[in-house]
Design a protein around this ligand. Structure first.
Ligand SMILES: Nc1ncnc2c1ncn2[C@@H]1O[C@H](COP(=O)(O)OP(=O)(O)O)[C@@H](O)[C@H]1O
Ligand SMILES: [Mg+2]
Length: 212
């Protein structure tokens, strides 16, 4: 699979001949310098952008063969995404942020399931707080609860501890690993941390568009 961006300054071949197969429940770290294409790789895996060449299959779904609404449904039900900057909805409480993916799918008992997800990240006592009233680590725990509330097969995490201090980052990541291992969730983790990468089953490096 390859990805090229055409820019006014000419084409950039961000990903070249990527071959990657990840088993169910496997945790894979992706390491690479800034600008090496890590976020691009995740956005292709999420079906948010398409590869220039090649194809991507997630749980038997060929992403390139799916229409926009099918892709949206796939993302909502099979995929969790955690970003460095949390991306919580500022006007919604921790509980409302967590239940949102279920509400969008009109799942019955969405709020109750969200309460359980918040409990799993140790935030039951912050359910009614807005993100502005939460610490960075708490916001990321809400984002993790939101990502996992749909029980996704695949969790994509893009430098999830990148904006947290070292100790908070460690706590949050230990929690994340515990939750994905317990559910047999497949994890693709973009990180700068060799320590975090060592906690994964596999460590891959992105250099000059190639994964090795
Ligand atoms: N939509 C886009 N259009 C053009 N170039 C892009 C686009 N998205 C990313 N790039 C370029 O692709 C390269 C990889 O970006 P990115 O995947 O964000 O890297 P990383 O996450 O590893 O820091 C960078 O050179 C970036 O400028
Ligand atoms: Mg990035």
């Amino acid at each position: 699979m390859s990805k090229r961006f055409d820019t006014p300054a000419g084409p950039i071949d961000v990903l070249q001949g990527i071959q990657l197969e990840v088993a169910r429940g496997e945790t894979v770290a992706i390491i690479g310098e800034s600008g090496s294409g890590k976020s691009t790789l995740l956005s292709l895996l999420a079906g948010l952008d398409a590869p220039t060449e090649g194809s991507i299959r997630v749980r038997g779904h060929d992403l390139g063969a799916m229409g926009e609404s099918e892709l949206a449904r796939f993302r909502a039900s099979e995929l969790g995404i955690v970003f460095q900057q949390f991306h919580l909805m500022g006007g919604l409480t921790a509980l409302e942020n967590t239940s949102l993916p279920l509400e969008l799918q009109r799942v019955e008992g969405a709020v109750e399931q969200a309460r359980v997800a918040l409990e799993h990240v140790g935030l039951s006592n912050r359910a009614d707080h807005l993100p502005a009233k939460l610490s960075g680590g708490e916001c990321q725990r809400v984002a993790i609860a939101r990502a996992l509330v749909v029980e996704p097969a695949l969790l994509l995490a893009d430098e999830p501890s990148g904006s947290l201090d070292a100790r908070t980052g460690e706590t949050v990541m230990a929690l994340l690993f515990d939750l994905v291992k317990r559910r047999d969730t497949t994890l693709l983790l973009v990180t700068h941390s060799e320590t975090l990468a060592a906690s994964c089953d596999r460590r891959l490096q992105l250099v000059d568009g190639k994964l090795s």
